[in-house]
Design a protein. Sequence first.
Length: 440
Amino acid sequence: MRYLVLLLLLLHAPHACGAATKAEELALQAAQHELDTSPRDGNIPSYHLSPEALHKGQLLQQSWVRTHFLGEVWQIAQLLLLLQLGLISRTQAAVTRRFKSRWVQGYAFLLLFLLATTLLTLPLDVYAQWMQRSYGLSVQSWASWAGDLLKGFTLTWAFGGLIVMLLFLCILKLPRTWWFAFWLAAVPITVAGIFVTPYVIDPLFNTFEPLARSQPKLVQRLEQVAQRGHMNIPPERMFLMRASDKVTTLNAYVTGFGASKRVVVWDTSLARGTSDEVLFIFGHESGHYVLHHIVRGILISMLGLFVLLCFSARLLAWAVGRFGSSWGIRSQNDWGALAVLLLAFSCISPLVEPVSSSMTRIQEHAADVYGQEAIHGIVADPATTARDAFQVLGETSFDVPNPSQVLEFWTYSHPSIGRRAAFAVHYQPWAEGMQPKYLK
């Protein structure tokens, strides 16, 4: 979640990966030197694109930056617009006048609110998908894309309605401490959501089949990597996802929690990457579990949500007192208070973004280190395999090798692909006088 508290993240960040080993420090220094001595937005020795692909990557990056920041500004502006024009208050009045049941009121209000915000955001979403299709990153038809949009809308309304009803129940019963009660309920809901996602959500958007059906040898090698980290993922919980129905990019990941935990490999990764490269990608993803990034992320997110809700409760009370009459929202019990809360979240999110991005980059780097160590002895040359994996990942996505460090700091959830490739080339913890960081 982006809504993390700055102080909590800063306190947590130094401990996210543990102390760096000498081999890691040397590799980081060498990677930084490579980036510093290479042209900004240009190729670097460890990762490069053809002139045509580099130009596409630069154009894509410019487009992404525009839509990213415009989307954040528009998120705030559209909520203010809906409040100031009285559309929220009129929607609230219509559902309360028409329906007596509070459950029906809540779901009706949320439905109309989601319709308004979805339609207001639709031009940016369409533009983003058009760009993906124009550059060959997406092969999904517009009908299929619209179908996914409808599915996402329906899920948000169905499950979001339960969250909204819980929120207003807390506000109604505990007008002063509702935020704390809602936070307590959010903890198990978050864990449950992670658990059921592979069973309920993912199959609605993509097609999965047992990986052993078509890739039995790869399953055996993936088991080797999983056993290195003592991950309890048997072959029957390894799946192939038909990503090629929608995209041309590559990925492999671990999802779920506890008994629902599973390995997912995209078919595009098998089509474009070697089995060694897929092993590294999987090793990286498994690192998030072995290094407890999932549990840690949940805990830190919950701590951040705690403070966010505490401040939001005060902000809600202030906003209703200051602007409630003009917005047509009389109290925090009104359905329109939901829009005010979301407005507070939308204002906080861009401010916290660089810190949360930095936090996730620390964890992604740690997973890179783990992934390279996890395939040692399974592939011939872990450094070359990791570098080649980043090369094919970057080529298929037109990732700029050496982007602006300000842009990377503010928005990148992963280190730039060039930085990751340069580190991989120089990370040799098995050399004399060195040692691996995680798998000693």
